[in-house]
Each structure stands twice: as structure tokens, then as C-alpha cells.
Unconditional design. Structure first.
Length: 512
């Protein structure tokens, strides 16, 4: 076989995405919080991009409407000619601005036509941003740090205290120590032995709060919490409560698997307790916390910022969509730097640097505006297609494939997918992910189309209304849905029930 090199010419057609198109697709896919971060990054990296700042009145100067205001920012005022006031100065300044800034200035104004200048903060007024920061809860310390602070007050010798500090580092976010003790010992400081870890584990489980911390499984966690309640010398605790706790403790210690499988009659036969005693003990058990670590170090709550707000207009009987633009409309190109690019007296490299950054700034502003327009167009299609949902609820969701929306708007289906990705919509019925409105579905017996989300909502309604003493099996649920005009397979019912975190019939049954 012979290998040689050569030069060849070939004609073909290829589609390549320009940097501007790539940026537009990236901006379109960003959620509100991610877009805010992107804007912050661009503001730091691009010197010509800025935000319109609120103008505050200096306390040391009178508010005559002219202090500390750029000439280009001062409003044009058409005076009343009958009052004898001249308009020549204002219109002359307007002509100067138009000539010096040029068409690019007017284009930038058009890009932000919906911008409304913020009200000035008067001296002595409260700052809303400062109030919001002051009312924000401080971030709690990690669970291991809080437990380490408690451990410092436990009176033990130095060796055991060091072993306990090491063991605390293996407590997970739920409050459990799931790592085997031999693995913990393998990473322990020199001189710490297995017996030391076992001793400090008992101290850790009974000395640290909340009760249940340091458990190695669910059963031990629940037993630690019940033991803490039984050991409480509170005189207000009645004897009946102690009796219920003792029954609950035996249930956890000996019948936890039967409880999980809802085999309560079996427990009654083995223990001789009445069903009322067992149900009362189970109600006490439900007050226990299977994840005690989350009580003092809760998960960080994900903040959802809706991209679109839907409001009902009773006059015209329509739902109206509006963008939550946040700080997006406050972006602009600095007019000083814009003027520097037109100044031939400036260094060539400086003008090229500013021109390049001005182009990037325009691309960003245009991409954000295009994102908002595309998202709003998609939402308006959703409003037309899902009107019954907004009027009556989730059971009236209709199938709405993305390809149908794309064809209606004349855009690619990938654009629709990016537009709804990680976006949320605030409606009169609550906040919903925008992607929820796009799904397939089925047709009921009366010819009405229903989305799969509507079928799930109907399934949940049937289960909520069932007789808990005789809950519906999956086959019975199929028949119940069929009676409602919805025909789906049993395996589909089982799948939807699992997606809704609803246990099977034998575990939903309640015993008297």
C-alpha cells in the first residue's frame, strides 16, 4: 500500500454557525438566574457595557434637576411658549446630541424602548435592596461543623475526644454514619483503635442533638429518638404517652419490615395488641424524623424566578403574558466610549478595541431581546392551546407537541426546546415549568384530547377519593379510568402511580 500527500480542490456545501448565532442559542437556553450571572460576567469583562444606574440626589446640594446629571442624560423639556420661556436651548442640545452620537445612539434607544427610568431615591428614603438583604436569612453552618461545636463540650479524655471529632466527619447530610467502622478506622489518627470508635459512637448518639444523629440505619435512628422521648423526665408527659412510645419502640425494633409492607394484622396476631393500639403507635412514629440532620442543616432551597407572568384580563376575557425582564432592559452601551470610537484623534488600537467590545455588547443586547421575543411567542401559543388548563386546572391539559408549536411559529423545533428549557411560568394557578405544557396524550371516549399530565392528575384524584379500607388495585384503577372515558393499560397505570410516589394498594390499605 502506498501513502502519499497531495493538494486537492473540492466543492461542497456546509452549514457553519457564526459566533453570533451560537451566542443567541446559548442565551435562549438560559434560565433567568443563569442569565443574570451571564450579564454580571459580561459587565465585568466588557468595559463599554453598563447598566443604567439610579440617580440619587446629593444631600449637600439642592435638587434643582441639574446637579450631577450628565448633559446627555438631562431630559429635553418643551417649555410653554405662552409663558415666555425659550425652547431654543433644549432643541439646540437635542440637535447636538443627534449629530455627535449618530444613528447608533438612536438604535440603542430603540433596543431599550420599553425601559422606564427608575424613580430617584430621595434623601432619607429606605433602600429596597438594603431591606431585602437585611431580611434574608443567613446561611447555616454545615452539619458536621455544628456537631463539632457541640462535641467540644462533651467531657471525655483527649484520645476519645479526638476519635469523636474524626467520627463526626463521616456523618452525612441526613445525620447518619453509613461508613463501616473498619473504613473509618483506616482513616483515623494514629493511636485510635476500633474500641475507641465504638465508645465514642455511643457518646455521640446520646450527647449530640437532635436525637437520632449518628445512627447507622433507619431502625437505629428511630430507636434513638424514641429512647430520648422515653428518658425525658418532663412531668407533663402522661402515662398514656409513655405506653404509646413503648408500643412504638417494639414496633420499630421487631416489626419494622411488616410496617413497611403494611402487614398490620400479622403484627396484631404476633403481639396481641389491638388494631387501635397499633394505629395509635404508628401515628406517634410518624412524628419522628427519619433524617434528623436536615433539622439543623436543611437543604438549600432552590429559588425559582419565573421568566413569564400570566395574568387574567376580565374585561376582554383573555390571559395576557408578560416577561419578567429583571435587569435585562437596563443594559446599554456607554455613550462616552461610543463617542471615542468616532474620534480620529484616538489611538487606532484603542478604537479597534472599543469597536470590538461595542459589537459584543450589541450582540448580547440583541440576543437577550431575541430570547425574550421568542419565549413570549411560544408562551402565547401555549395560552391559546391550553386555555382550559388556566380556566379549570391540570386535568384539562391538552397534548401539545413541540413540533406543532414550531410549525405554527415558523421556527425549528430545537428553538422551541431551548426556549422552554428550565423556564418557569407564574400563572393564577401557581408556578409551573413551561415544559409541562408540552407533552403527548390520548383521546378520551368522547373525543376529547388529554395530555399525559392530565391523565396523571385524574389518576391521583381517583386514588385520593378511594375507600382506604378497600383501596383500588392497579386493575381496578384501569376500570375507574375507563369509566371516566380514559382507556390506558395497567402497566401505564403502575408507571404513573410510581411517578406520583403513590404506593400499591396493599400499602395504601388502612386497618381499623
Amino acid at each position: 500500500m502506498r501513502i502519499d500527500a497531495g493538494q486537492y480542490m473540492r466543492m461542497d456545501q456546509r452549514m457553519k454557525l457564526s459566533p453570533r448565532m451560537i451566542q443567541s442559542m446559548e442565551i435562549l437556553q438560559l434560565a433567568s438566574m443563569a442569565l443574570e450571572e451571564r450579564i454580571e460576567q459580561e459587565l465585568e469583562e466588557n468595559p463599554v457595557l453598563e447598566m443604567r444606574e439610579r440617580l440619587a440626589k446629593p444631600e449637600s446640594q439642592p435638587d434643582n434637576g441639574q446637579a450631577n446629571v450628565d448633559e446627555s442624560e438631562r431630559p429635553i423639556i418643551a417649555h410653554d411658549s405662552e409663558a415666555g420661556e425659550s425652547t431654543s436651548d433644549d432643541f439646540g442640545r437635542l440637535a447636538d446630541l443627534s449629530e455627535s452620537v449618530g444613528e447608533s445612539w438612536q438604535a440603542n434607544i430603540n433596543e431599550s424602548a420599553d425601559y422606564k427610568p427608575a424613580q430617584r431615591v430621595q434623601a432619607g428614603d429606605r433602600d429596597a435592596k438594603m431591606d431585602a438583604m437585611a431580611n434574608t436569612a443567613s446561611r447555616s453552618l454545615p452539619l458536621t461543623d455544628q456537631l463539632a461545636d457541640q462535641w467540644r463540650f462533651v467531657d471525655l479524655d483527649e484520645k476519645l475526644h479526638e476519635a469523636g471529632s474524626h467520627l463526626i466527619t463521616f456523618v452525612d447530610d441526613d445525620g447518619y454514619i453509613r461508613t463501616p467502622m473498619l473504613d473509618v478506622l483506616g482513616q483515623a489518627p494514629a493511636g485510635v483503635e476500633l474500641v475507641d470508635l465504638e465508645v465514642v459512637l455511643d457518646h455521640l448518639q446520646h450527647a449530640l442533638e437532635p436525637a437520632g444523629i449518628g445512627a447507622r440505619d433507619l431502625q437505629e435512628c428511630l430507636l434513638l429518638q424514641i429512647d430520648a422521648l422515653l428518658a425525658d423526665d418532663d412531668p407533663d408527659v402522661e402515662d398514656d404517652d409513655q405506653s404509646e412510645l413503648r408500643v412504638a419502640r417494639q414496633l420499630v425494633a421487631e416489626h419494622l419490615k411488616d410496617i413497611e409492607m403494611n402487614r398490620l394484622p400479622k403484627i396484631a396476631r404476633q403481639t396481641g395488641w389491638t388494631m387501635d393500639q397499633i394505629n395509635t403507635a404508628l401515628r406517634r412514629m410518624r412524628r419522628l424524623d427519619p433524617r434528623p440532620g436536615r433539622r439543623i442543616a436543611p437543604d438549600t432551597t432552590q429559588v425559582i424566578v419565573p421568566d413569564v407572568t400570566i395574568e387574567y384580563d376580565p374585561v376582554n376575557d383573555v390571559y395576557v403574558a408578560g416577561m419578567n425582564r429583571g435587569r435585562q432592559t437596563s443594559l446599554r452601551i456607554n455613550p462616552h466610549y461610543r463617542q471615542m470610537t468616532k474620534d480620529r484623534g484616538q489611538d487606532k488600537d484603542t478604537r479597534e478595541f472599543l469597536a470590538r467590545n461595542m459589537q459584543n455588547a450589541r450582540w448580547l443586547i440583541d440576543s437577550i431581546e431575541q430570547r425574550n421575543n421568542t419565549l413570549l411567542r411560544v408562551v402565547n401559543v401555549v395560552l391559546d392551546a391550553q386555555r382550559e388548563f388556566f380556566d379549570h386546572g391540570e386535568q384539562h391539559l391538552r397534548p401539545l407537541p413541540m413540533i406543532q408549536v414550531a410549525d405554527q411559529l415558523g421556527i425549528h423545533v430545537g428553538t422551541v426546546s431551548r426556549a422552554v428549557s428550565e423556564k418557569y411560568m407564574q400563572t393564577p394557578r401557581g408556578i409551573y415549568p413551561l415544559r409541562m405544557f408540552f407533552s403527548g396524550g390520548t383521546e378520551s371516549n368522547d373525543g376529547q384530547e388529554m395530555s399525559w399530565a392530565a391523565v396523571q392528575a385524574k389518576l391521583k384524584e381517583i386514588i385520593d377519593k378511594e375507600d382506604k379500607a378497600k383501596p383500588f388495585s392497579d386493575d381496578a384503577l384501569v376500570e375507574q379510568l375507563k369509566a371516566e372515558g380514559i382507556e390506558i393499560a395497567r402497566r401505564t397505570v403502575a408507571k404513573y402511580r410510581q411517578q406520583l410516589n403513590i404506593p400499591p394498594a396493599r400499602r395504601r390499605k388502612q386497618f381499623d
